[in-house]
Design a protein. Structure first.
Length: 672
């Protein structure tokens, strides 16, 4: 395949391009922040900004103190200096002065002390050294030598220079936070993400050929990057401390990381920008000044710095959030009720107040209900870091193919720039609504982009006919029924159970309309429906880009589900293998379900007065020793009932039996 260029391209090509294009870029610009116009990217650290510029036929490095606006030309010789970076009192760049003297192509890395006004070459080894990055008194760069692109590490204090990448490296797009180096590497064909931990002196490959993994960013021991996933570019994160890999984005849009600082990640999402919290996998829209997508952005201590290719704008992150909220949700800004408003909702002017929003105080519990009283949004004390206004509105019933609307769509909007510290609870009731069919088919759905229903992990109270789940930030929700039926279950003993399970998007049929209830179910298929039943794909599941088992490849259809279950400790495998395509036995299903039960339930014992017992089954002695405790608990909870006095622990389970066990299990958890 044709390779994509990383964010660092070959300097001579850039020089040729900018020579042609520069006059057009700057011909009509006004109020430009720079006297020497930047070419390529700028770099910022603290109050220092550095860039390269092409002036009077020469490439040089420039520096600006953004507190004073003083601009300084750092280099002044007839050679080429490019791709600078800055950290505290130091600037680094690549420089070809010695190679020009030899009449060959190549670069060295130079270090400049801003306070002393002194420079020195630090790439004191044979090679072609390019794209330096500086942080925490260390400099890293790539050395293009002998057909390889290696990572070099220089310590400013000790003046030691080392090659830290392994043999065969083909490094592009290097990022560095002072402790961890990350880069894209093509040694195996596609772009994969690699890292090097300076303290442990260990190189790790983080991704394994699922496609091109691109644009890594590093901050405080966390690495984020983007990768093509299900037709869209998604963002993943690796935590060096614990080795976890997490998928941070889920929407069916292209995502790209733009700036990363602390726990905050600014990313492109489609044609808009979102500021996310990588620890909580939540995000909120932001909008740059003028609504123009920036060329670069930087995050620092609650501020965002926008660079549009011409000028720099610095502002509080909250201002960018407010701009998005005002522009997209409430063009006139939040309307605050005042003393001039009468109890009837009329102001003295006679103008009707249209849902001004309810004040939610950060230090108090609050409940906001919809006009019809069916939807309630519960905000517990401490959910926000400051007071906010929240509006709740009701839309028409959702019209989505294959779904029956039980309630209207309820919409809530959170105004202002308060930070959400913990999820909100939404509950919707179907009390007094006539339901044609089983009430257990009713699900609580988020209504996401393009009016697409997406199930929410829900607790169900059948006594009050209420479904409740957790939501974050503004959104829409409704109660819907997905009425899924199959052609071959009409007279089957498990028909009702199968249809209910299918209505919750837990288990699917086949393209021919059959469910094939008596077909054996594989280990991978069971894990898939288990994860789907808890709606963990995009929330709690810790997906990894590396397989947990040697017989589950990264391209295996159930890879994400199996790795999610393994990450939760719900499956273990044997001798490094999972045997995903082998049939699963009834006792194996019970063992997995009881691990999940121990993890998910609020209590681990049945509240029944009379508990069923294994002693009533004639074949109880056939239960494997390792599964005995799990089978005992599953029987006591009523998850396994047996048939004709036998429990058949080592028999392969059918699709219908798996659905039945999962149905009873979800009933106990209050999720169905």
């Amino acid at each position: 395949m044709e390779k994509k260029m990383g964010k660092h391209t070959i300097l001579p090509l850039l020089l040729l391009f900018t020579l042609i294009f520069t006059s057009f870029v700057w011909a009509d610009s006004e109020n430009v922040s720079f006297t020497a116009k930047p070419e390529g990217d700028i770099q910022i650290h603290g109050d220092s900004i550095v860039w390269m510029a092409y002036i009077r036929g020469n490439w040089d490095i420039y520096h600006m103190d953004k507190t004073t606006g003083v601009e300084t030309k750092i280099t002044d010789n007839p050679n080429t200096q490019g791709y600078p970076d800055v950290w505290q009192n130091y600037i680094v760049w690549q420089d070809d002065r010695e190679y020009k003297e030899k009449g060959i192509d190549g670069f060295d890395i130079y270090l400049y002390d801003i306070t002393r006004g002194q420079e020195k070459k630090i790439s004191n080894a044979e090679g072609n050294h390019q794209y330096p990055i500086i942080s925490d008194n260390k400099v890293v760069w790539t050395d293009n030598k002998d057909g390889q692109k290696n990572i070099m590490l220089y310590d400013i204090e000790s003046e030691m220079l080392d090659k830290v990448s392994s043999d065969g490296a083909e490094a592009f797009g290097v990022e560095f936070d002072g402790q961890v180096i990350s880069w894209m590497d093509t040694r195996d064909g596609d772009f994969d993400i690699y890292m090097y931990d300076i303290s442990e002196k260990i190189e790790r490959q983080l991704t394994y050929g699922l496609g091109d993994e691109l644009d890594p960013m590093v901050c405080d021991g966390k690495i984020v990057w983007m990768v093509a996933h299900n037709g869209a570019s998604q963002i993943y994160m690796y935590e060096v401390e614990n080795g976890y890999t997490t998928k941070l984005t889920v929407e069916n849009e292209n995502h790209r990381p733009l700036a990363f600082s602390g726990n905050s990640l600014l990313m492109e999402q489609g044609k808009s920008l979102v500021l996310g919290n990588v620890d909580r996998i939540i995000g909120q829209p932001v909008k740059p000044p003028g609504g123009i997508m920036p060329r670069q952005a930087f995050l620092s201590e609650g501020k965002v710095i926008w660079y549009d290719g011409r000028k720099i704008t610095e502002e509080e992150v909250t201002d960018a959030v407010d701009r998005a909220l005002i522009d997209e949700d409430n063009p006139e800004g939040p309307q605050t009720p005042d003393e001039s408003e009468s109890s009837s909702g009329q102001r003295d002017s006679g103008k009707k107040v249209t849902n001004a929003g309810k004040l939610v105080r950060a230090d108090a519990d609050t409940v906001i209900t919809s006009e019809d009283g069916r939807m309630a949004l519960k905000i517990s004390k401490g959910s926000f870091d400051k007071d906010v206004y929240i509006t709740v509105d009701t839309d028409e019933k959702l019209k989505a193919e294959g779904y029956l609307s039980v309630t209207p769509v309820y919409r809530w909007s959170i105004g202002g720039n308060a930070k959400l510290l913990k999820p909100l609870e939404i509950s919707v009731s179907y009390k007094d609504i006539a339901i044609n069919g089983s009430q257990k088919k009713i699900c609580l759905y988020k209504v996401v982009e393009h009016n697409t229903p997406k199930p929410i992990a829900t607790k169900i109270d059948h006594k009050t006919n209420t479904l409740a789940g957790e939501v974050e930030y503004s959104g829409k929700a409704a109660l819907l029924i997905y009425n899924r039926k199959f052609t071959d279950t009409e007279k089957h003993w498990a028909r009702d159970i199968v249809e209910i399970i299918a209505s919750h998007h837990i288990i699917n049929g086949y393209q021919d309309g059959d469910f094939k209830p008596d077909r054996e179910i594989s280990r991978a298929e069971f894990v898939k429906i288990l994860i789907s039943s808890l709606h963990l794909e995009d929330t709690e599941a810790q997906n990894s880009s590396k397989s947990a088992f040697q017989d589950v490849s990264d391209s295996y259809w159930a890879f994400d589900y199996i790795n999610a279950a393994y990450g939760k400790g719900w499956i273990t495998g044997y001798d490094g293998r999972f045997n995903p395509d082998s049939p699963i036995t009834r006792e194996q299903m019970a063992a997995i379900l009881m691990r999940v039960y121990d993890d998910m339930s609020m209590h681990n014992v049945s509240d029944k007065d009379e508990k069923p017992s294994l002693s009533g089954f004639a074949d109880k002695d056939k239960i494997s020793t390792w599964a005995l405790d799990s089978m005992k608990k599953a029987v006591e909870l009523g998850i396994i009932n047996g048939y004709n006095g036998e429990i058949s622990p080592r028999d392969n389970a059918t699709r219908a039996e798996a659905a039945a066990m999962l149905y009873r299990y979800l009933e106990i958890l209050g999720r169905i």
